[in-house]
Design a protein around this ligand. Structure first.
Ligand code: AMP
Length: 200
């Protein structure tokens, strides 16, 4: 673990996102904007602890904007996902379960950005944990540039097919505007987010 803790963060948000950057520049751009917003508002980013892909982008942007960063990474992924040594806290854990448990415990809210199978898994598990009552923290999904359109259509198909209820869908916040979604999630944690609509 490295130490460089600043003052107590205003809020703590866990961001799930791709260990790849994605094809469109818009994905990296929004990851940078999210990280910048967290840092500018004195927040703490909790994430998977890597430098690869969008994960590295959001962490670097949070750090550059003065935010606090907590990375939690399984030992077997330290090389593959390029563990970020610039985090205020970098926890190297033994299992993926331990990573997810710590990420969930350290955050007041969760936001999934575009990503791949790991991001899907984290998002769905956090959602199902909320449904099961393991936590009651806000969970958001950023549908940047329609990336999640097909998945959201399938979820509606599941509701229409009787395998999910509207109440389950109501447990997640889905948005296309990163600033509004992030502001709403953080506001729901109790942080006043006075600059909800600011251009920061
Ligand atoms: P991906 O979206 O596939 O690029 O992965 C994003 C992050 O999710 C990476 O840090 C992966 O290590 C992580 N990941 C992959 N599988 C899982 C899992 N089962 N639970 C939690 N995180 C995972």
């Amino acid at each position: 673990m490295t130490a460089a803790a600043a003052s107590e963060p205003a809020f703590s948000i866990c961001v799930y996102c791709g260990s790849r950057p994605g094809e469109a520049q818009a994905f990296a751009d929004v990851a940078a904007q999210v990280g910048h917003w967290i840092g500018r508002h004195g927040g703490q980013l909790v994430y998977g602890g890597g430098r690869a892909g969008l994960m590295g982008v959001v962490a670097d942007a949070t750090l550059a904007a003065g935010g606090r960063v907590v990375g939690i990474i399984p030992r077997v992924l330290v090389e593959r996902e390029h563990a970020h040594r610039g985090c205020h806290e970098l926890h190297v854990v033994e299992t993926m379960h331990e990573r997810k448990r710590q990420m969930a415990e350290r955050a007041d809210a969760f936001l999934a950005l575009p990503g791949g199978i790991g991001t899907f898994e984290e998002f769905f598990e956090t959602w199902t944990w909320r449904q099961l009552g393991y936590h009651d923290k806000p969970v958001g999904l950023l549908n940047q540039d329609g990336y999640y359109d097909a998945m959201l259509s399938f979820l509606q198909h599941s509701v229409a097919s009787g395998f999910m209820g509207a109440a389950q869908m109501a447990l997640i916040e889905v948005g296309t505007d990163w600033r509004a979604l992030l502001g709403a999630l953080v506001h729901a944690t109790g942080f006043p987010a006075p600059d909800l609509l600011s251009q920061i």
